[in-house]
Structures are given as C-alpha cells and as structure tokens.
Design a protein around this ligand. Structure first.
Ligand SMILES: [Zn+2]
Length: 156
C-alpha cells in the first residue's frame, strides 16, 4: 500500500495545479511529471487564457519535463493527471515514450485511457503506457463537478 500513498502524494500535486486553473476561471485540470521522486514538469489547463485548444495540462507538463530533461523521451517518468487524458494528450504521451500514467477520474466524454478507447495501450503502436486509474478519484471528480455547478449558478 506504500505505493498508493506515493501516488496520492503526487496526485495532490496535480490537484494543486488544477486549482491554479480554477483560480483563473479555467476548467480545473492539472498534471505533474515525476522522475526520481521529483517533479520535473507541471501544467494546468490554459485553454481559455491562451485561446489554444492544445493548452491541456498534460501537454504543458510534458513540454516542461522535456525541457528539464533536455530530451523529448520522458524515460523513467510518470505523469499524474487529475482527469483521464483526451486523444491528443494520450497521443503525446505515446510519442514521448512515457512509461506510466496515473489519473484521477475517468472522462466519459473524451477519455482515451480506456473509457472511450485505449490509445495508451494500442498494440499496433510502437509504445505502450501503463495506466493506474482512480487515484483520489472522488476528490478529482468533485473538483470538476463543483466547478461546473458554480458555473451554471453564475449563468442562471
Ligand atoms: Zn488533453
């Protein structure tokens, strides 16, 4: 169970990133890339702020981690993300040769780590990513449902 405590610790760091997104009115999704017990990349959703459909938490964290490592291959790294990766991010994770993804809550609308499809473990690709799902699931899901509830209240 020690492993799960470590996963929860890094998922809390991803949740801190998600809160940064929420603080500026973005949908609260956050990610961190961890290597050797250290965070080498962080990202939170910035789609509205940057008017960029590719500014997802994972993409930003991957870029930062690659720049920290000086390599596009994220060997020996784990990405923690509060929400299951979308097709774009799952594609980027495969491209970066990242060995493992840990996510908080499933995404029934875009999840490509097993919910709608599983791009991370597609046997025809040249790389497959291990998946650990459901770490701090309830807290990660609550952040999103609370955000959308407040948004609806504001509109009505
Ligand atoms: Zn994405």
């Amino acid at each position: 169970m020690e492993d799960m405590m470590v996963h929860e610790q890094w998922m809390r760091a991803a949740m801190e990133e998600a809160k940064k997104a929420e603080a500026i009115g973005e949908v609260p999704i956050g990610a961190v890339v961890v290597r050797d017990g250290q965070i080498i990349g962080r990202g939170h959703n910035l789609r509205e702020t940057t008017l960029d459909s590719t500014a997802h938490a994972e993409m930003i964290a991957i870029r930062e981690a690659s720049s920290a490592l000086g390599a596009w291959r994220l060997l020996d790294c784990t990405l923690y993300v509060t929400l299951e990766p979308c097709p774009m991010c799952a594609g980027a994770l495969v491209q970066s040769r990242l060995p493992r993804v840990v996510y908080g809550t499933a995404d029934p609308k875009a999840g490509c780590a097993g919910t709608l499809m599983n791009l991370l473990q597609e046997p025809r690709f040249n790389h497959r990513v291990d998946i650990i799902e459901g770490v701090l699931q309830e807290e990660c899901a609550a952040m999103l449902t609370d955000f959308f509830r407040r948004l609806r209240k504001k509109k009505s």
